[in-house]
Design a binder for this molecule. Structure first.
Ligand code: SF4
Length: 163
């Protein structure tokens, strides 16, 4: 995604009135590759846990363990689902379904809907990251990840996964 679009999206996120709402009760799944990147960049092993799938822990206040001073402390290397942000996913019968959160739970969506280039840029990046995650995580873990409910979302795309 072009730099100016990343900056515009970061700016829109920094103005979010939900104060890091997307990192509250967020337990992003981790591929082995992502764990390696996090460890190499100083993230402690005990920031991660296994609960059917490997993921980041929550702090006692309910925020992701890597949420500090009102923002993500690992922005440039954050997990795939965090990059995808308001886009989430499911897999049904070999089809990757992409959903977009509603504005009520992610104010960034209003910005994206008003800025086609930003929407298209983030959509493309999100699908790429999600595809990568789907391919990297063991099938049994992905089965657990897919059980996570994502309320208040709308289906925006369906992509046939290759066998
Ligand atoms: S890794 Fe960063 S963006 Fe993802 S939930 Fe944790 S603090 Fe938020």
């Amino acid at each position: 995604m072009e730099d100016y679009l990343c900056e515009a999206i970061s700016q829109a996120c920094s103005e979010c009135h939900l104060d890091g709402g997307c990192c509250f009760e967020a337990r992003p799944p981790l591929s082995q590759e992502r764990i390696k990147i996090l460890l190499e960049n100083g993230v402690a092993e005990d920031a991660m846990e296994f609960a059917g799938y490997r993921r980041l822990r929550l702090k006692q206040d309910g925020f992701c363990v890597l949420f500090h001073d009102g923002k993500c402390s690992i922005h440039s290397i954050k997990p795939e689902t965090c990059v995808a942000g308001p886009f989430t996913f499911d897999i049904k019968e070999g089809v990757l379904q992409i959903f977009l959160k509603r504005e009520s739970i992610c104010p960034l969506v209003r910005f994206l809907k008003a800025n086609k280039k930003a929407y298209d840029g983030l959509f493309e990046t999100s699908v790429e990251k999600i595809m990568h995650l789907v391919k990297s995580v063991p099938a049994a873990e992905m089965e657990e990840i897919l059980k996570i409910e994502e309320p208040e979302t709308d289906l925006v795309a369906q992509i046939k996964l290759q066998d």
